[in-house]
Write a protein that binds this ligand. Structure first.
Ligand code: PLP
Length: 358
């Protein structure tokens, strides 16, 4: 029998969250961002789940775009970092991939090509990760025109640095910067919104938004959990309770003995650990769920196991299923306990954990 540690993937939830992005977008179209193996949910399954809904997909690299084709999904796929070599340009043209052009060296490659795919031009509006500065845009456009690629430019993209923080006004500054930078080309498309931008009142999303994390039901906003935003968690990480014992006050649990019982404690061992992608930084008091009850982790997470306090679930017994995150325990809450974000936990579930689509 295979070990029963699994990640259940609710593809209906993904579709529902995509529709929520459209509803919040108020008329904008949404390219579904399914990089990093569909944020850990399985890129092929996510692409298939959205193939009748999303007119475009977006990924980080060409390998991910090929995976979408292998799943039999034929929509355009935007490569958010553009070509990583000159060969990617021809491949993209043949496969229907669209390239985000952000750097001089990519322009050099494009200069050499007779045929190029659909192009997006990335504008650096203040994040200082990728993109041309607004002052250089005119030159970039003229250069692509001169190389005969002008007709292939579909539009402009930029990316927000602080949209997850409601108290920051940097998103408004970036939006203004972008709008001014691309104003000379009003007929071209514009794309600037990540998931967080959907939850910012009054934020313009222009022609194409780019929702990622929200499709999976996790929150893009700081200090907020996915369900608070009416998002439906798409992944449930689940493992079996493999052993149960009672320890006395003063006894310690696990590596380093970092948890010491202050009272008689019925405790259990769950067959999941950091070797599965459960965060080792999640310490004592991180929530989990068994038999309809909220329970808590105790002690250190090991590679293949972790310990839980069962005093709140007196009927729990070996063989019972424990939810580490999912419908009852938000991945965002676990992430907070581990000092990280839901994105990292979802993308970090390892290959040892089978994804079970439902
Ligand atoms: C990953 C990514 C997104 C999606 O971001 P979320 O916060 O997951 O919604 C959008 N645009 C770009 C350029 C990205 O790299």
């Amino acid at each position: 029998m295979p070990r029963s540690t699994i990640a259940r993937i609710d593809t209906n939830a993904i579709r529902q969250n995509y529709r929520r992005a459209l509803a919040l977008g108020n008329g904008t179209r949404a390219m579904a961002v399914i990089k990093a193996d569909g944020y850990g949910h399985g890129i092929r399954d996510v692409a298939v789940a959205l193939k009748d809904e999303a007119p475009k997909f977006a990924v980080a690299c060409i390998e991910e775009a090929h995976a979408i084709r292998e799943a039999g999904v034929s929509q355009p796929v935007v490569l958010l970092q553009g070509p990583h070599s000159d060969q990617d340009i021809g491949t993209s043209e043949a496969e229907g991939f669209e390239l985000v052009i952000h750097s001089e060296h990519q322009l050099n490659w494009l200069d050499q090509q007779a045929v190029v795919p659909v192009l997006w031009i990335k504008v650096n509006s203040g994040m200082n990760r990728l993109g041309f500065s607004p002052a250089d845009l005119e030159g970039v456009m003229a250069r692509l025109e001169a190389a005969g690629h002008g007709q292939k430019i579909t539009g402009f993209v930029t990316h927000f640095a602080c949209a997850d923080d409601p108290s920051s006004d940097f998103t408004a500054q970036q939006t203004d910067c972008f709008a001014r930078a691309v104003a000379p080309w009003p007929h071209l498309e514009k794309s600037l919104g990540n998931s967080a931008a959907h939850f910012r009142e009054g934020q313009s999303l222009y022609d194409w938004s780019r929702p990622g994390i929200m499709l999976y039901g996790a929150s893009p906003m700081i200090n907020t959990f996915g369900p608070d935003l009416d998002l439906e968690p798409a992944m449930t990480l689940e493992a079996e309770l493999t052993s149960v014992r009672t320890i006395q006050a003063g006894e310690a649990v696990g590596y380093g003995g970092s948890f010491k019982a202050t009272q008689e404690t019925r405790m259990g061992i769950v067959a999941v650990g950091y070797g599965d992608g459960y965060p080792r930084h999640a310490g004592t008091d991180t929530p989990a769920w068994v038999n309809g009850r909220r329970i808590r982790l105790i002690g250190r997470v090991s590679m293949d196991m972790l310990a839980v306090d069962l005093n709140n679930a007196p009927n729990a017994k070996p063989g019972d299923r424990v939810e580490l995150w999912g419908k009852n325990i938000s991945v965002d809450e676990v992430a907070r306990h581990a000092g990280t974000i839901g994105y990292e936990l979802l993308t970090g579930v390892t290959v040892r954990v089978p994804r079970v689509r439902e």
